[in-house]
Design a binder for this molecule. Structure first.
Ligand code: C2E
Ligand code: MG
Ligand code: MG
Length: 505
């Protein structure tokens, strides 16, 4: 017994019937008149039941903790636990200046399996996959199930860069080379795997997970069955696009869209023969933005329809002014996207814009790419035929880069072919490209179509094209795209001092 201090101990005892009990014995010192304690009063309390309740509570708590941190279907740790483990791993990596990797992967085609075999089959498959992974992947690699068909892992090893690719390949081979048998079906699986690294791709839980997710999306876009490292660039790009999208909406409202014009010439005769309208975005901070940057985005978001109409309005209004000033004996070409033809009611737009601006249809040419013809051939044929009947001319842009199908040339009412810039730049040193260009020119002539080559920058390529029999040219060698005012002066110059190519309208 401790000297003179109150204390307590727990003791286990046995009852007569053999059952055990626990008592808590408290010893309270009793002091004599000298202030010394020589005796203790002991109070014994049976705490058997209290301990039993506490034990049960602890078990329940453990169970709740388990359920809160594990997925009930696969029995694997869940997203919450992945967060915790990743947080710990980052702290550790920071302290010891180590690397770590996060892997997130999804099973390809699970939705198809779900649709074909049902939800139970999908669940059974996820269970089997998890069991196989548990048996083949180190516990310290923290395999977690994040929901749907997505798994995650944290590899907190110093050499995680090499290990992450090793694990990624292991995941793929675990899925691919041994089939899963579900309800009598033999299934071969693949996965899309994304990998991010600490510290390069992020220094906290959220950034590392986001980076791995983003890489996983990229792996999926690449067709699945593979792994992809996160590239900070990728995220920067998608953030940039998101911002651009919002700005593009406002650009239309705030009238920031403008049009540049590039002259087309008939060099042998030294005459101007046409104009192509090219959209530009006058961005308040970034200056003039190229259509190569914003047209694809506008196409993706559907904004191309109102944007295309605006380009058409600006161009036709400008063309009418040139016509009224006696400066427009030829056509002005406007580029249109597939979506404008299939969804945007192009025919009506052209009709309305020509009416509003007063430009005769014979002065308008629509440039369309082969992709547009391929998208919805029936509808496109109908729209193009109607436009043609209105008097509008049709040019097939960037010919040679897409399908280059002779069928299209015969089926659609095309007036002229524009040979893609990609070929022109290589005709001088690539015999194959030179042969393609030569045949396109011959083909156009055979079919009674005009041919124009674009992207001519040098005297050498010009001479080559002329030798091939191409009579119309568009390119920096003669003129770069110019704003409306500059082109007006340019037109005046040609009309006054030089000759313009008279188009029979
Ligand atoms: P595109 O229709 O093939 O237009 C020709 C592009 O080549 C233009 O680029 C023009 O500036 C450029 N170019 C012309 N000559 C030369 C040259 O000698 N060298 C080089 N390096 N480039 C030359 P831009 O203006 O950047 O337009 C790019 C593309 O954006 C266009 O290619 C067209 O597909 C698209 N685009 C432009 N405006 C519109 C529009 O209003 N609607 C739609 N749907 N697309 C448009
Ligand atoms: Mg064009
Ligand atoms: Mg082109």
């Amino acid at each position: 017994m401790k000297d003179g201090l109150p204390h307590s101990v727990e003791k286990e005892g046995k009852r007569e019937d053999g059952s055990s009990f626990i008592v808590n014995v408290q010893a309270i010192p009793v002091f004599d008149k000298d202030g010394k304690s020589r005796k203790f009063i002991e109070v014994a309390e049976d705490i058997t039941q209290k301990r039993a309740i506490e034990k049960e509570l602890k078990l329940n708590q453990d169970r709740i903790n388990y359920l809160a941190h594990h997925d009930p279907l696969t029995g694997l740790p869940n997203r919450t636990l992945l967060y915790d483990r990743l947080k710990l791993a980052i702290d550790r990596a920071q302290r010891y200046k180590e690397q770590l990797s996060v892997i997130i992967f999804e099973l390809d085609g699970i939705k198809k399996i779900n649709d074909a075999l049902g939800f139970d089959a999908r669940n059974q498959l996820l269970k089997n996959v998890s069991t196989r992974f548990k048996a083949n992947i180190r516990k310290t690699d923290s395999l977690c199930f994040l929901g749907r068909d997505v798994f995650g892992m944290v590899l907190d090893k110093a050499d995680s860069f090499q290990r992450s690719s090793f694990i990624a390949r292991k995941i793929l081979s675990l899925l691919k080379f041994r089939p899963f048998f579900i309800f009598g079906h033999e299934l071969h699986l693949t996965a899309s795997i994304g990998i991010s690294h600490y510290p390069e791709d992020g220094q906290d839980v959220e950034s590392l997970l986001r980076a791995a997710e983003s890489a996983r999306g990229q792996a999926r876009e690449n067709g699945g069955d593979g792994y992809q490292y996160y590239q900070a660039e990728m995220e920067k790009r998608s953030r940039y696009f998101l911002r651009l999208q919002g700005e593009l909406h406002r650009a239309l409202e705030k009238d920031q869209l403008t049009v540049y014009y590039q002259a087309q010439v008939a060099p042998a005769e030294n005459k101007l023969s046409g104009i192509e309208a090219l959209a530009r975005w006058r961005h308040p901070e970034r200056g003039l933005v190229s259509p190569a940057e914003f047209i694809p985005l506008a196409e993706e978001t559907g904004l191309i329809v109102p944007l295309g109409r605006r380009v058409m309005e600006i161009t036709c209004k400008q063309a009418k002014q040139w016509k009224d000033a006696g400066l427009l004996p030829f056509r002005v070409a406007v580029n249109v996207s597939p979506l404008q033809v299939t969804k945007g009611n192009l025919e009506q737009t052209v009709r309305e814009v020509l009416k509003e601006t007063g430009l005769p249809p014979q002065h308008l040419e629509i440039e369309i790419t082969e992709a547009a013809l391929a998208k919805n051939p029936e509808k496109t044929l109908q729209v193009l035929t109607n436009l043609k009947n209105m008097g509008v001319a049709l040019a097939l842009d960037d010919f040679g880069t897409g399908y280059s199908s002779l069928g299209y040339l015969q089926k659609f009412p095309i007036d002229r072919i524009k040979i893609a810039r990609e070929f022109i730049s290589s005709i001088l040193h690539n015999d194959r490209d030179a042969a393609i260009v030569e045949s396109i020119i011959a083909l156009g002539k055979k079919l009674g179509m005009g041919v124009i080559a674009e992207g001519i920058e040098t005297k050498e390529s010009l001479d080559c094209l002329l030798a091939f029999g191409c009579t119309k040219i568009q390119g920096y060698y003669f003129a770069k795209p110019m704003d409306g005012k500059t082109l007006t002066a340019y037109l005046k110059d040609w009309c006054g001092r030089r000759t313009v190519y008279p188009l029979k309208i």
